[in-house]
Design a binder for this molecule. Sequence first.
Ligand SMILES: NC(=O)c1ccc[n+]([C@@H]2O[C@H](COP(=O)([O-])OP(=O)(O)OC[C@H]3O[C@@H](n4cnc5c(N)ncnc54)[C@H](OP(=O)(O)O)[C@@H]3O)[C@@H](O)[C@H]2O)c1
Length: 303
Amino acid sequence: MKVMVTGATGMLGRDLCEAFLPGNEVLGIARGLKSPGRLGPSVKSEPADITSRSEMFALVERFRPDIVVNSAAIADVDYCERNPDDAFRVNFEGARNVTDAAKSAGAAMVHISTDYVLDGEKDSAYSEDDPTNPLSVYGRSKLEAEKYISSGGGSCVIVRSSWLFGRHGKNFVDFVMDSAGEKKEIRAICEKVGGPTYTFDLSAAIRGLSEKILNAEAAPGIYNISNAGICTRYDFAKDILDCCGLKADVVPITAKEAGGPALRPRRTELDNSKIGKVLGRRLRDYKEAIREYIDKKGERQKW
Ligand SMILES: NC(=O)c1ccc[n+]([C@@H]2O[C@H](COP(=O)([O-])OP(=O)(O)OC[C@H]3O[C@@H](n4cnc5c(N)ncnc54)[C@H](OP(=O)(O)O)[C@@H]3O)[C@@H](O)[C@H]2O)c1
């Protein structure tokens, strides 16, 4: 099949391109993709801006994808809070352009969304049908996109995930390892709970789900996909240190002490039973995923 991935230079987008590559033709797009070959020799790439409706329509007209995965976004939650116009332009209007363009080419659409569409006030796991109530500009901009995509019918899937870490972006695992390596104290929020998710695992699950959708073996709609297990950032930091064998002082702090203008949900455990049924498996525990991430990072550094 032919797969178009937006946000292809991002932490998730790079892994998505790699996950879809075996057996498929993959086109990755992002604004910063000026030089060909940046996504590896086998992934096609083009610079493009999802906020340009004409660019999106021209791209799908030329490439004729079977499936479009929209991973492009402004994912910096505090930046979005300070720059709401930018947030809505990319996260909502951009997503709308990609969706409409995908539909015009008869392609299925997978849109990446977030647990930040939820307010985090539920004390148990959130199913896909629970009410949304975003607390931040980022969450509201992502929810507007979800609503637009859900209302349009067609083969559209929304994937909600949380607390991503992966080899192609700045992430909490690297931050903790780097801080420990430099003998720095690690200050980590102890009052918000979420589900860390490895972009490698998420991308493989998104490929699996996409194939099911194209084969009419799964229904369009919203799917939660996160690694198993939940924790605070404080616990997460300690888990990372355990996994890599480094030592550092981890200091629990409140969200207020951490600063930043955007509010974050208190507790967003995602119920993964729906994706579990579709794929016949759930994603592994996040601690196992951290271990693999660290092992692979070590392998890369040897080279
Ligand atoms: N990070 C998390 O913890 C997290 C959690 C849950 C869900 N998500 C969602 O997962 C997705 C991927 O997040 P991520 O952390 O991988 O993001 P990221 O690393 O910041 O990557 C964002 C990507 O989007 C591209 N992009 C931004 N604006 C664009 C535009 N106007 N046109 C085309 N491309 C544009 C960026 O490239 P250029 O700037 O070069 O264009 C980059 O390739 C997002 O939809 C995000 O909302 C993230």
